[in-house]
Design a binder for this molecule. Structure first.
Ligand code: HEC
Length: 120
């Protein structure tokens, strides 16, 4: 019985992260969305930049790209970046922004998707 309680507690702590108030958990959830949505495919692992997309880090990025502008970019897309307005909820977008603002971006724990629908 005691064992059952402990494993229940473990299950609960591994539950979906979007509702967790913990900042670290939100950062990790953002890392996972970033990978699962294929952002990583264009912007590189951790947003360091890659062939198809600019880096999403550094002082200039943090300064120029306000939360509002990032949200717009995600909803509207850009010249070469697809729109994620249908794919991402407001919560998802907020979580991605927490991730992009993280001092030390966590490694995503989900696998790289075989097919990234938005990666062209
Ligand atoms: C098909 C490649 C591609 C994918 C997928 C992609 N992006 Fe982009 N992204 C770009 C390109 C290219 C730009 C530069 C502006 C433009 O052409 O839209 C950009 C610009 C941005 C910018 C503005 C920064 C700047 O310097 O222009 C942000 C923030 C951003 N992307 C976040 C994301 C996030 C978060 C995701 C996943 C939800 C994502 N992108 C998915 C290609 C991509």
């Amino acid at each position: 019985m005691k064992f059952a309680l402990i494993s229940l507690a473990l299950l609960v702590s591994a539950a979906p992260l979007s509702a967790a108030p913990d900042k670290k958990a939100a950062e990790l959830a953002g890392a996972n969305i970033f990978r699962a949505q294929g952002c990583e495919h264009c912007h590189g692992t951790g947003g360091v930049g890659a062939k198809k997309g600019p880096p999403l880090l550094g002082k200039d990025f943090q300064k120029q790209w306000t939360d509002e502008k990032i949200k717009n970019q995600l909803i509207m897309g850009g010249k070469k970046m697809p729109s994620f307005g249908d794919a991402l909820s407001d919560d998802d977008i907020a979580t991605i922004i927490v991730y992009l603002r993280a001092k030390h971006r966590p490694q995503p724990t989900v696998p790289v998707p075989a097919e990234t629908p938005n990666s062209n």
